[in-house]
Design a protein around this ligand. Sequence first.
Ligand SMILES: [Zn+2]
Length: 380
Amino acid sequence: MSVKICNFCVMDNTDPDILFDEKGQCSHCKSYLQNLPKLPAQQINADQLLQDLVSDIKRRGRGKKYDCVIGLSGGVDSTYVAYVVTKILGLRPIAVHMDNGWNSELSVMNVENIVKKLGIDLYTKVLDWDEFRDLQLAFLKASTPDSEIPTDHAICGTLYEVASKYNIKHLISGANFVTERIMPAAWSQGHSDYRYIKNVSQKFGTLKLSTFPYLNSIKRFYYEKVRGISFVPIFNYFKFDLNEARNIIEQELDWQDYGGKHYESIYTKFFQGYILPQKFGFDKRKGHFSNLICAGIMSRDEALAKLKNPPIEEKEIPYLKQYVAKKFALSEGELESLLNLPVKSYKNYPNAYNSVWYIYSRKYIKPIYRFLIPVGDENV
Ligand SMILES: [Zn+2]
């Protein structure tokens, strides 16, 4: 297949769903540029919108120990959220950190530093390693590009659990339009789809998911509609500069860089830097850089130059393979066999979109079907 690359951003036809117009511009950056002006941060009254939001969070948190929940992986985005929420907006967060067994030593150090410097409480959720290992292996056996979704799903489930436990109404998230809008569904999907996760576990796993912090449609309905908990993508409310954010957290919180987006987890680094590009042909940097190009933070030439280098340095791969195999209690040969399984996709397995409930309710009971859609995967 010949590679066709967008002439505005750096997305290309390694995304099977990409469309190009007659001028050679792709559907991703066109959609980005069309939707950017709708962000709260782009409105004339952006300051007021942010102020109103913060006032509402403070009002609904009055008399409680915390007024919001934040996730804290130790990565640049979540660290900056912690800084902004505490130091700039004057909120009283509880930080939630999930330990799935793969956090690098540096990320553990960063998290400890951040909460100490900001004087905030930390709630650490440690996943049951045997169960989580079994689930991660099940995804490698399923052979889809979605091996990282159990982690994302568990984080989301844990954030809601903590919010519900402390009766907090707002989950403040670093997920944002400006740096994250462009990322093809085909490169990783099903983050919020517990039907998919459960089915992969049942088909390829050996252990039952009994402690995994899942979030199915019923739980989501309960948290959102009964408990009134909502996600706040705070970076959509003000213009933020990624480089400035990095400088601030380095100076104020002694934060140290990992050398790649989400590389605070060793498995993410291995999966995103090695398995995804090598086995599936998906290089997530194309999405990350395309966002930055659309935001005017990076030039297309700079992105193309960076893409000439591999996502992780060649010399790191043997060490990472060895580490991952050992952690999974596999021989390197066994890990290699898993990586060599034929490529499959989300659509090859039972998921939220091919459930009878979804198909039926979409047709007949519209208010219900919206709750059966995995959040963030609406474009499947
Ligand atoms: Zn484009």
